[in-house]
Write a protein that binds this ligand. Structure first.
Ligand code: AMP
Ligand code: MG
Length: 286
């Protein structure tokens, strides 16, 4: 474990755990205890990849890395630069995402530099993120795994490998930052409406004098919407997930004060919808 405080720069809530990144599934037992068969199956199938498993903390993991919990979040990233770094370090790297806590996640080195250039010594640029949205976090401590945060691996993918349904998550307490009502938030306010109401809502706000940024559904791509800035939502959910944070950042850069979007519903769209809901969430609770 590195000694440098990786939570200091993002100004992160210290009661929330970090992800411990490891170089391969074969290192899993160095960091966790009592891995259920389902957890091992998911690790073997999806690693390296955008799946984080919450398992019982092994003694090598400091409580600072787990937000004081007796569980630890572990994953193997699917990127040659990250894997080379982990192999060279030969340990676990606890790393928050390279942005200020609660704001839009970065998906390129430029995003990181724009936000943190003055606060960090070095940015290792591995190119733009392939998946775009964060990893799926699965609590695999019990016999029936639960999704704590939807992400790059879909529920359908997980259930296909397990051969059975996942458990329904309890909403009783905030356990991960991705579950705060407001997270991934741009500067502009985000308003969510049905896809067929996006244009009317955006044009009304435009008439009222707002600097409106529109997430234009692909079905209406040809419509010349009256607004300050427009991004056309890609039809492919993979492309949308990859572009989402860039779109939010771009509309902020163009100084929109309001963004109008709708929620996709299936597969990777669930992770996108989760991020958009939190981007639209009440800000005061962070
Ligand atoms: P991020 O680095 O922004 O993708 O956030 C890492 C995620 O892992 C956060 O949502 C953390 O709260 C979550 N996490 C870390 N440790 C645990 C844990 N022991 N149990 C549940 N979630 C965790
Ligand atoms: Mg993050």
């Amino acid at each position: 474990m590195p000694n440098r405080d990786t939570t200091a720069v993002p100004n992160r809530d210290r009661n929330c755990g970090l992800i411990v990144h490891i170089g391969g599934a074969e290192h899993l037992d160095d960091w966790v205890e009592d891995v259920p068969a389902t957890g091992r199956l998911l690790a073997e199938h999806f690693w390296p990849g955008p799946l984080t498993l919450v398992l019982r903390r092994g003694p090598r993991v400091p409580l600072e890395a787990t937000g004081g919990l007796q569980t630890v979040a572990v994953r193997v990233p699917d990127h040659p630069v990250a894997l080379a770094l982990l192999a060279a370090f030969d340990g676990g790297v606890t790393a928050p995402s390279a942005n200020r806590f609660g704001s839009v996640s970065p998906t390129t080195a430029d995003h990181v530099c724009a936000e943190l250039a003055d606060a960090v010594d070095f940015v290792l640029d591995g190119g733009p993120c392939e998946v775009g949205v964060e990893s799926t976090i699965v609590d695999a401590t019990g016999d029936v795994p639960t999704i704590l945060r939807p992400g790059g691996v879909t529920r359908e993918d997980l259930e296909a490998v397990l051969g059975s349904p996942l458990a329904v998550p309890s909403t009783s307490r905030v356990r991960v930052p991705g579950q705060h009502p407001s997270h991934y938030a741009p500067r502009a306010r985000v308003v969510l409406v049905e896809p067929e109401k996006v244009i009317a809502e955006a044009e009304l706000a435009h008439e009222l004098g707002h600097q409106v940024g529109v997430f234009l559904p692909a079905a209406f791509a040809d419509y010349a919407v009256k607004a300050h800035a427009v991004v056309t939502v890609p039809e492919s959910m993979a492309a949308y997930a990859r572009g989402l944070y860039g779109f939010l950042r771009e509309l902020d850069r163009q100084e929109c004060d309001l963004m109008v979007a709708s929620l996709p519903e299936e597969g990777l769209g669930l992770a996108i919808a989760n991020r958009l809901r939190r981007a639209a969430g009440p800000r005061s609770t962070v």
